[in-house]
Ligand binder design. Structure first.
Ligand SMILES: Cc1ncc(COP(=O)(O)O)c(C=O)c1O
Length: 426
């Protein structure tokens, strides 16, 4: 497979765009950042004409695939009506109503353009609601790239020290000092109670399933215990469903796991690739934003075309048809991978759901970031690159996103490529 045109375009583009990419997370990919000419269904086509079966799904949003007719039609029609009105349209009320129908804990909604922004609003309103300042987050969990939360996302365990009381470690040069932040290991309720009992914690924020740094499910009873403890000590329980929301199920991970958070963060699959995120939660908390006692803003919040796409996406998800399709193809993919890995005598683990799962090599059963990081990530990187060269694009970190546009044929072709990639690796 030849990547020459992509390489030339990326190198020429680097004269105008810093690093030739518009997100730091797009650097460092092998063989180099690719440049794409188009995307359709569950496929990407790069400048060299290479056609990939795509499991990046735009980093998660494209739950319906790259060319869902209903969403494209809704957005195209809205373009003729309005783009941005700095006021309200019926579409944002309809989009919010659909969210509250699909996710019972989402009583009132506010839209933003990115998950990272919605996280900021949630933390602010949690501090205002409780009158407290501190926030608990967990090693390995990602809540956007802003200074106050980009802590201990991929920390070096040796530098972080005590696993039960880790030193918070910054994620970037130039980051503001951490203020009022407590970093803890995930899947351990005792350490949370230790901190909550001090009485100064405004919020506990977590991914309900750890998908950003290896796939780790919550241990039985853990999320329920955190719910109980946050209620007992008067802290706001924020679940960051930017990856899992509308993806793990039409009601997100919370529907599958039987969880009732105070505030949920949504993004990604909410609008199938349009820049829409939201925070949604209990009326009494969200009312502080409603009254503008807690400021929440954004020029592009509830932009008309994005809202039309959101409504179309949510209506489709509400029909359950996309998730029914994914249940079939995603399960076939997970089962097929297990079969092939076993045939190749690999030690491996596949954790998650048909719509989003994580694959790791040479490790089973980690329960938190530090244990998950002992998987054989170098071997996985080689595997991902071998697959890319066979027309299958997977995230090097282990996450696979399956969309409703993946066909049985895509899955069959993927499994053939996996088999030959593993043979080539030996
Ligand atoms: C769990 C989680 N929260 C928040 C974010 C930030 O969302 P955005 O990239 O839309 O700002 C992400 C992005 O990957 C995420 O995975």
């Amino acid at each position: 497979m030849n990547f020459d045109k992509s390489k030339a375009a990326w190198e020429a583009g680097s004269a105008y765009v810093a690093g030739g990419v518009n997100s730091g997370y797009r650097t460092g990919l092998r063989p180099h950042p690719l440049v794409f000419q188009r995307a359709y269904e569950a496929h990407l086509v790069d400048l060299d004409g290479n056609d990939y079966i795509d499991y990046f799904a735009g980093m998660g949003p494209m739950i319906l695939g790259h060319s869902p007719k209903e969403v494209i039609d809704a957005a195209s029609a809205q373009l003729q009506q309005s783009i941005l009105v700095a006021g309200q349209t019926p579409l944002e009320y309809e989009a919010a109503r659909l969210i509250t129908e699909l996710v019972p804990a989402a009583e009132l909604v506010r839209f933003n353009s990115s998950g990272a922004e919605a996280v900021q609003a949630a933390l602010r309103v949690a501090r205002a609601f409780t009158g407290k300042k501190k926030v608990i987050k967990f090693e390995g969990h990602y809540h956007g790239w802003f200074d106050n939360v980009l802590w201990s996302v991929t920390p070096d365990p040796a530098a972080a020290g005590d696993p039960l009381a880790p030193t918070p470690l910054p994620g970037t040069l130039g980051q503001e000092d951490e203020v009022n932040l407590i970093v803890l290991p995930w899947n351990n309720a005792e350490v949370i109670e230790r901190e909550l009992a001090k009485g100064d914690v405004a919020a506990v924020i977590m991914e309900p399933i750890m998908f950003n740094t290896g796939g780790v499910l919550p241990l039985p009873g853990y999320l329920e215990k955190v719910r109980e403890l946050t209620t007992k000590y008067g802290a706001v329980y924020i679940i960051d469903e930017v990856i899992t929301g509308f993806r793990v199920s039409s009601g997100g991970a919370q529907k599958v796991l039987g969880l009732t958070p105070d505030i949920t963060i949504f993004g990604k699959a909410l609008a199938n690739g349009f820049a829409v995120a939201a925070l949604a939660g209990k009326k009494e908390i969200m009312a502080l934003i409603g009254d503008a006692k807690v400021m929440h803003g954004g020029t592009y919040n509830s932009q008309s075309v994005s809202m039309a796409a959101t409504v179309a996406t949510l209506k489709l998800l509400q029909s359950e048809k996309p998730h029914q399709a994914i249940a079939k193809t995603g399960t076939a993919l997970m089962n097929g991978l297990r079969e092939i890995f076993t045939k190749h005598n690999l030690v491996f683990e596949i954790v998650g759901y048909p719509s989003v799962f994580n694959v790791r090599f040479d490790l089973q059963g980690p329960t938190d970031y530090r244990s998950a990081m002992t998987a054989n990530r170098a071997k996985y990187l080689d595997f991902a690159f071998e697959l890319l060269q066979r027309g299958v694009r997977i995230l090097p970190r282990g996450t696979w996103f399956v969309s409703a546009a993946h066909t049985d044929e895509d899955i069959a072709k993927t499994l053939i490529a996996v088999n030959t990639a593993l043979s080539a690796l030996k």
